[in-house]
Design a protein around this ligand. Structure first.
Ligand code: GRF
Length: 214
């Protein structure tokens, strides 16, 4: 798999049009970066649906602005993680989704979703994985005193924040950084790399060992 440390080199290879389903719990700035990249003619894709789990999440306003249907699947109304994931899979299939893009989805997903879209689910995490997995990744980086952190787009596997890495971007940690300031700088890089990562992952998935696309 292609792994790039410098987002400047993250190009958009020509690739077939991809039907995306975005899962977001909150602000949705990564959804917006992806939708904007599509609108600007860089990423050859369409967001078929946004699934969100928190009523009132800001991602809904962003989805409305880009004319993307937003579907609320409130985890509080499901008896188990698996039941929620079954509803997610059904919604994604109803909208003919090919690739699932987790963009600030703050729930652990189960094999129900992972098997239904095997090797076609991406997540973005605010650290240079495998460092600082799980919650509070930016706080963890500050507490550890690292001088460089960043963000990672990776394939989703059952173990949290552990799938194959598609693209990373490095972000320096500066002396006066607070969590908010560092998070803001990481967010800027997330918005740059996520659209390219989707293109690269999709191209890779349709290319055989001899470099031929199916
Ligand atoms: C991002 O920092 C991402 O790395 C993490 O959740 C945040 C989502 O931000 N998984 P937004 O909702 O896309 O603005």
């Amino acid at each position: 798999m292609v792994a790039l440390i410098s987002p400047e080199h993250a190009k958009f290879p020509p690739h077939p049009r991809i039907k995306l389903g975005v899962m977001a719990s909150g602000s949705g700035s990564n959804f917006e970066a992806i939708a904007q990249s599509i609108q600007d003619g860089h990423l050859n894709a369409e967001v078929q649906v946004v699934i969100y789990n928190n009523p009132g999440a800001k991602v809904v306003d962003r989805a409305n602005r880009f004319d993307v249907p937003a579907v609320l699947l409130n985890h509080r109304e499901f008896a188990s993680r698996e039941d929620l994931d079954r509803a997610i899979v059904e919604t994604l299939k109803q909208h003919s989704v090919e690739w699932v893009i987790m963009a600030g989805w703050m729930r652990i997903v189960t094999p129900v979703l992972i098997e239904a879209f095997r090797d076609r689910i991406l997540n973005i995490h605010p650290s240079l994985l495998p460092s600082f997995k799980g919650n509070r990744a930016v706080e963890q980086a500050l507490e550890a005193g690292v001088k460089i952190t960043g963000c990672t787009v990776h394939l989703v596997v059952p173990e949290v924040d552990s799938g194959e890495i598609i693209i990373q971007a490095a972000v320096p940690v500066l002396v006066d950084d607070t969590v908010e300031i560092l998070q803001g700088r990481i967010h800027e890089q997330e918005h740059r790399i996520y659209p390219s990562a989707i293109a690269i992952a999709a191209i890779h998935a349709t290319t055989d060992d001899n470099g031929h696309q199916s």
